[in-house]
Design a protein around this ligand. Structure first.
Ligand code: FMN
Length: 227
């Protein structure tokens, strides 16, 4: 499977979240060989969308001539698009949001009603594309934290999508936390295997992966220097 990973962490290879993403990909690779490309979005030249909408009228060409042209081509050549990012202010980091906005050339101006909502009709064919969101965060709680990012992802990507959220993710970069992060990474590899085998991850497994690795109060106490 051709997999494009958009790493939205400005920490690049040092990303806490990328530990989660790499474990998931390792699980997939245990089932079958994968063709993986990771793009560190922070290093790419991606201008902000100007809101001119010309891309929706002229066959999909943006007024900006920057790295987004190549990234759009890479998206269209992929089977799976992985959005790997840390939660920032309950959403995605600004540079990744800039990339998301710049996917507008994939849509035309025409809109259609789907259930209770409207969406733009595609002007490129990306119907075979599958989506995976992997999001780490610094707080120990998932509720009252991940909801805005999850809601945005669900609305933006209506097709075949999987969402994995993991709290307490700075622990993945702490060697002394290996006693709890290694079992969690093993669960994430299992999720990767499931995904490669069946095209989905069981809800119960996603919930387990999304639960705190250590009790919330203990985590907060460690962060606060009390343990
Ligand atoms: C600007 C900024 C905003 C953040 N906002 C949140 C937040 O809303 N909720 C949360 O739990 N963590 C938040 N965090 C913490 C990061 O999500 C956390 O440190 C994460 O592990 C970083 O992942 P990375 O190493 O993959 O970049 C924020 C961090 C920064 C720098």
């Amino acid at each position: 499977m051709k997999i494009l990973v958009l790493n939205g962490s400005p920490k690049r290879e040092g990303s806490d979240t990328l530990h989660i993403t790499r474990a998931f990909l390792e699980g997939m690779e245990e089932v079958s060989a994968q063709d993986v490309r990771i793009v560190h979005v922070i290093d790419r030249h991606i201008e902000y969308c100007t809101g001119c909408f010309s891309c929706m009228h002229n066959g999909g060409t943006c007024v900006h001539d920057d790295d987004m042209r190549e990234i759009l081509e890479a998206i269209l050549e992929s089977d799976l698009l992985v959005w790997s990012f840390p939660l920032y202010s309950y959403g995605m980091p600004a540079h990744l949001k800039a990339l998301l906005d710049r996917t507008l050339p994939l849509s035309s101006m025409a809109m259609r009603k789907v259930g209770e909502r409207y969406e733009h009709v595609g002007q490129a064919d990306y119907s075979r594309l599958r989506y995976l969101m992997i999001c780490g965060c610094g707080f120990p709680n998932s509720r009252q934290n991940f909801e805005p990012a999850v809601a945005q992802f669900r609305l933006c990507f209506r097709g075949d999508r999987t969402i994995m959220t993991v709290p307490e993710s700075p622990m993945f970069n702490a060697p002394q936390a290996a006693v709890v992060t290694e079992p969690r990474l093993a669960l994430i590899r299992k999720a990767g295997r499931q995904y490669a085998e069946t095209g989905a991850v069981e809800e119960a497994l996603l919930a387990e992966i999304g639960s705190p690795m250590i009790p919330e109060e203990t985590y907060a106490a460690i962060v606060n220097g009390g343990v």
